[in-house]
Design a protein around this ligand. Structure first.
Ligand code: DGL
Length: 260
């Protein structure tokens, strides 16, 4: 089946990266809306318009399912897209339930974009799983800018994260949930800053499991590291140097995947 992964930028590659491992026999389209990134600091109305346009393009590619590999776009637009199209549309959900199931009665810090942490969807989730006393929300929107300029490890990234996280008493927290797909590129710096008992969780495996469940695809362990994938970065990526750059991101995600 041809499956589309959609994000504002390169963050969604982290979800695709996981899908490539467990669904190596499928064909993928990766669409990064590089003309409009970042989404997280724009208005929900603008983001809805961008997502609507991207969906129109992806539907025209005759895909069998669309993974909205972007928490921000999921928060703003997944409901509207599901009302409009009948194919399986899988969104991102911050791994808050996973964290609370593993570490009951401990605090969880959910880091995401400004739109995600102020949107109705996250508060609905918190209410549904009775996490009101445990979930704290933090916008780290600037990480999206760092990721898009491929600044994954630097003194500036570390300074930004140290300053933003300084106010938290992590003795009270079991985990940090990455509620933005762009944040996966920074797991090494998060690990350096956070005390060892604070686990770093993301929603990638949960999303791909949901894709498998909704489409009845068969998961298998891969020997083929990079299944057939067509990349769109606003427009189709055909330039060899650009394709190599994307492969380097996937290789960085290989390294980040082992950091928990
Ligand atoms: N990667 C997106 C997410 O998961 C958002 C990044 C952006 O602000 O565009 O929320």
């Amino acid at each position: 089946m041809k499956i589309a992964f959609f994000d504002s930028g390169i963050g969604g590659l982290s979800v695709l990266h996981h899908a490539m491992k467990v669904l190596p026999q499928e064909e993928f389209i990766f669409f990064a809306d590089e003309d409009n990134v970042p989404y997280g600091t724009k208005s929900p109305e603008e983001v809805l318009r961008f997502v609507d346009e991207a969906f129109r393009f992806l539907i025209a590619q005759e895909v069998g399912a669309i993974v909205v590999a972007c928490n921000t776009a999921t928060s703003v637009a997944v409901k509207a897209m599901r009302e409009k199209y009948s194919l399986p549309i899988i969104g991102m959900e911050p791994a808050l339930k996973v964290a609370l199931d593993a570490f009951p009665n401990r605090k969880v810090l959910v880091a995401a974009t400004a739109i995600t942490i102020t949107g109705k969807k996250i508060f609905k989730l918190i209410k549904k799983i009775h996490a009101e006393n445990f979930a704290e929300l933090k916008a780290l929107s600037k990480l999206v800018e760092f990721a898009e300029r491929q600044e994954f490890v630097s003194a500036a990234v570390e300074k930004y994260l140290r300053e933003e996280l300084a106010a938290y008493d992590f003795e009270k927290f079991s985990s940090l949930v990455l509620g933005c797909t762009h944040f996966n590129y920074f797991k090494d710096t998060f690990r350096k800053i956070l005390p060892p008992h604070v686990k770093i969780l993301d929603g990638n495996a949960g999303t791909v499991n949901e894709l498998i469940r909704r489409t009845n695809l068969k998961s298998s362990l891969t020997t083929n590291r990079y299944p057939l994938t067509t990349y769109y970065s606003g427009r189709k990526v055909e330039d060899a140097a650009e394709l190599l750059r994307l492969k380097k991101f996937l290789q960085r995600l290989d390294e980040m995947e082992t950091i928990i």
